[in-house]
Write a protein that binds this ligand. Structure first.
Ligand code: GLY
Length: 364
């Protein structure tokens, strides 16, 4: 499996390389990019145990001088305190303006390392090596970096584009099933908002709830088409002043459900799946998209083993309140991404609270 996708941002352009076994080639792929000599490899304990040695060996054999910063795993460590640890390692190992941080891990490692690189010495290079499917198809591409504030996810951050994204699908062999399903929500999202062919290819697969049911050629399509969709959108609108907002399809209600359930009962992808069902229903209610497409999306999410209803006992008024705190609120109005037709979505801030409540109640 091998493909190269360009994120086209003028002088800040970079490639997303999808290659089986690519982890061993990390050093040689970084070799031609003028990334300095010193590399700080940032990872978490469990990912580093699996892949740290290979990544380090590849970097060293390409002539890089490698030091590590290993953080504890988990969203609860996505804090300024962890970023301080990365700064500490950068200082101790005398990273320079020309040096590079390499993020080896899932979205938490990628976002924190990207933020540390964005701010250390006012900005140094970062290379993203995502090891979860979710990070591969979303977080590693597009330059959104940051950490959580005690009162909300990703409230502290910066845009800082990587110099390279290296995706080695072989590392997915150790990915837990729930994380695979969670990432499938984002993949289905790309099908709905951008790539109808991806949507249809997913429909043609009998089961999508575990990676073992997904043949290698479909996995290759999932990776390359999802990365291409993300690259296309980011290339058009790096800082989310326009079309990039459509990537938040399902995320407005999704984030609210995730946070109201303590980020554990419902994880990110599961929240996005619930949010996609709700947004799709809202779009049907508003006469923007047809019920048949709504049904097709629902079937696909269910086939991926994702939730399509709200968790029992959720208070829909609380969800509405939580929506008001979302980053995507503009001038006090909640902005929803709504599907228009398969492969196309639009942003609307004209969805009435009453319709939201009605749709959410039907999902209980
Ligand atoms: N995950 C949404 C974005 O990168 O814009």
């Amino acid at each position: 499996m091998q493909s190269v996708i360009k994120v086209d941002l003028g002088p800040q352009s970079y490639n997303v390389c999808v290659r089986s076994g690519g982890l061993d080639e990390l050093g040689s792929l970084m070799g031609g990019l003028n990334l300095g000599k010193k590399v700080l490899l940032v990872s978490n304990q469990s990912i580093f145990r699996h892949y740290g040695e290979r990544a380090t060996a590849g970097l060293e054999s390409a002539g890089f001088q490698v030091d590590n910063c290993i953080l504890p795993p988990g969203e609860q460590y996505k804090t300024l305190n962890s970023v301080q640890k990365i700064y500490g390692a950068a200082l101790e190992n005398r990273l320079e303006r020309s040096s590079t941080m390499v993020a080896l891990g899932g979205g938490v490692v990628g976002d924190m390392t990207g933020f540390a690189a964005a701010t250390w010495l006012r900005g140094i290079n970062v290379v993203q090596v995502p090891t979860s499917l979710l990070a591969m198809v979303d977080a590693a591409i597009g330059g959104k970096t940051g950490v959580n504030h005690p009162l909300g996810k990703n409230l502290i951050g910066a845009f800082h584009q990587p110099r390279l994204v290296l995706i080695d699908p072989d590392v997915l062999k150790t990915l837990p099933a729930r994380e695979f399903r969670s990432a499938m929500a984002e993949v289905i999202k790309y099908g709905v908002i951008w790539d109808v062919e991806l949507f249809e290819k997913l429909e043609s697969c009998k089961r999508l709830d575990q990676m073992r049911y997904v043949k290698a050629d479909l996995l290759a399509e999932i990776l390359s088409r999802s990365c291409q969709a993300k690259a296309d959108v980011v290339s058009k609108d790096e800082k989310e002043s326009g079309v990039r907002a459509i990537l938040n399809y399902g995320h407005t209600i999704g984030h609210a459900v995730e946070s109201l359930t303590g980020y554990k009962l419902v994880n990110h992808g599961e929240g996005v799946a619930i949010g996609m069902v709700a947004s799709s229903r809202l779009a049907v209610e508003l006469g923007m998209w047809d019920a048949e497409c709504d049904g097709r999306q629902l079937d696909l999410l269910a086939k991926a083993g994702l939730p399509t209803k709200l968790p029992a006992g959720m208070d829909v008024e609380e969800i509405l309140k939580s929506l008001q705190l979302d980053k995507k609120v503009q001038d006090g109005k909640v902005r929803f991404v709504l599907p228009v037709r398969l492969g196309e979505a639009a942003v609307s801030n004209r969805v009435d609270g009453d319709v939201i409540i009605q749709v959410l109640k039907e999902m209980l």
